[in-house]
Design a protein around this ligand. Structure first.
Ligand code: TRP
Ligand code: MN
Length: 454
């Protein structure tokens, strides 16, 4: 190493700690600084979960989305849990995303970039630091990487050791994802055969035609002897909200090849609506790493906010670097999104636009369940496509909270889950997720939407 690169690296490292002197939100109160220091030092020595080459490859894939040549599908739990990192649950979630991806690939006639809210989605922002039940006030649950969900003092006290447990849980999750997506499980023909069951169900009659069309395309390929390697595996990327700085910073490493910092905890990180203050810690930190970055935009976002975010997070105007994930609400998106799209269309930036049709559509039922109506989710997705059609920009993808299991957390869908039914299998510790069938149905609806715009 020359003296110059040594100084350059020292500067980069210094920059990576600049967030420490900036205003910061949504971090836990760790009880013991010495334990925290020991844990973060340990984490900094553990192997990376993803490597720089993969991260660069994802950026290239997202650049294609930005240009309108590919589509992004991002999905997974609102909050992963340590207990939930089982083979069955991970398999079902990967399976659901792959099933959706086949339908979308056909509908869009474009490659679909597949990304899980998986292998690290353990930290949650909360509206309040504490929670009171029957006169007892305890710290709010901030996700398994910080504290436990049980409402006891012991469980709710932030425990730094959970950070290392989060790392190991992410590592084993990602290991299984890699096995599934490279080892034969993700074969296009296999994945399509799972979808046939869905479309043959009388409740899903309206998707039968699309499923039949895909079937013919696959039979055509088989008849023509098309048997490419690429039919057997998929690229699958990991992502989570970049929230807990005591996890994100130690997982950020200098790439020996380029001298640039990469966050090796996931391929893609997004910054939440609550922590995207322009002069705050999160924006500063994530502006300095090489990974593709997402930012959530709520209904109050202004064109000026968007321009400033672009300047800070994508100063080189690199397609694929920046993704805006809008979460406006079905009733608002048709008014709130077009002005933002216009500002960006008329600028020199080319971010990816993704719709999160979940977070703007939360309701609480009279019997006390936090839920979302499937119809509202679909309506926000439609509004997203309409807004892009109107402005002439590219609707790049969808970001959904889903599980591969048959839970009952969102209302509606072809199984017509109603308020009574919610109680039967409501398992989320956080936001309500689309279940397996609702996720597939959404994919069919989005595929129809894209195909009609083509
Ligand atoms: N490799 C291709 C892709 O990722 C085709 C493919 C294989 C595929 N298995 C799949 C597509 C499962 C969607 C779902 O697009
Ligand atoms: Mn959520």
């Amino acid at each position: 190493m020359t003296e110059n690169t040594v100084t350059a690296t020292a500067d980069v490292l210094k920059g990576l700690d600049a967030w420490k002197s900036l205003p910061i939100k949504q971090q836990p109160a760790w009880p013991d600084a010495a334990v925290l220091d020991a844990v973060t030092a340990e984490l900094a020595k553990l192997p990376p979960l993803v490597f720089a080459g993969e991260v660069d490859q994802l950026k290239d894939r997202l650049a294609r989305v930005a240009r309108g040549d590919a589509f992004l599908l991002q999905g997974g739990d609102c909050a992963e849990t340590f207990d939930g990192a089982t083979a069955d649950k991970i398999r079902n979630r990967v399976k659901t995303i792959l099933q959706m991806a086949v339908v979308l690939t056909y509908g869009a006639a474009m490659p679909v970039v597949k990304m899980g809210r998986m292998a690290g989605q353990f930290a949650k922002p909360r509206s309040s630091d504490s929670e009171t039940r029957d006169g007892v006030t305890l710290p709010a649950y901030r996700g398994d990487i910080v504290n436990g969900y049980d409402f006891t003092e012991e469980s709710r006290t932030a425990d730094p050791h959970r950070i290392v447990q989060g790392y190991h849980t992410a590592a084993s999750t990602l290991n299984l994802i890699r096995a599934f997506t490279q080892g034969g499980f993700a074969d296009l023909r296999e994945v399509h055969s799972w979808n046939k069951g869905f479309a043959e169900n009388p409740a899903n009659k309206r998707y039968e035609q699309l499923a039949k069309d895909i079937d013919r395309a696959i039979k055509f390929m088989a008849a023509a002897g098309a048997d490419f390697e690429s039919l057997k595996t998929v690229e699958f990327y990991s992502s989570h909200e970049g929230l807990l700085m005591d996890y994100e910073r130690p997982m950020t490493r200098i790439d020996s090849r380029t001298g640039n910092p990469y966050n090796t905890s996931a391929h893609f990180l997004w910054i939440g609506e609550r922590t995207r203050d322009l002069d705050g810690a999160h924006i500063d930190f994530f502006s300095r790493i090489q990974n593709p970055i997402g930012v959530k935009l709520g209904p109050k976002t202004t064109g000026d906010d968007v321009k400033k975010l672009i300047d800070i997070l994508d100063p080189n105007r690199e397609p694929g670097r920046l993704t805006f994930i809008t979460r406006m609400g079905a009733g608002v998106i048709r008014d709130a999104l077009p002005p933002l799209l216009e500002v960006v269309r008329d600028s020199d930036a080319l971010p990816v636009w993704v719709t999160d049709p979940m977070h703007g559509n939360g309701i609480t039922t009279p019997n006390g369940y936090k839920t979302r109506r499937f119809d509202d989710v679909v309506d926000e997705v439609k509004g997203f496509f309409e807004a892009h059609r109107q402005v002439g920009t590219f609707p790049g993808g969808i970001h959904v909270e889903l599980t591969g299991d048959d839970v009952t957390e969102c209302l509606g869908g072809s199984e017509m889950i109603d308020e009574e039914t919610l109680a039967s299998r409501y398992e989320s510790l956080c936001d309500p997720r689309l279940n397996h069938k609702q996720s597939l149905e959404l994919a069919f609806l989005v595929a129809e939407e894209i195909a009609s715009g083509n």
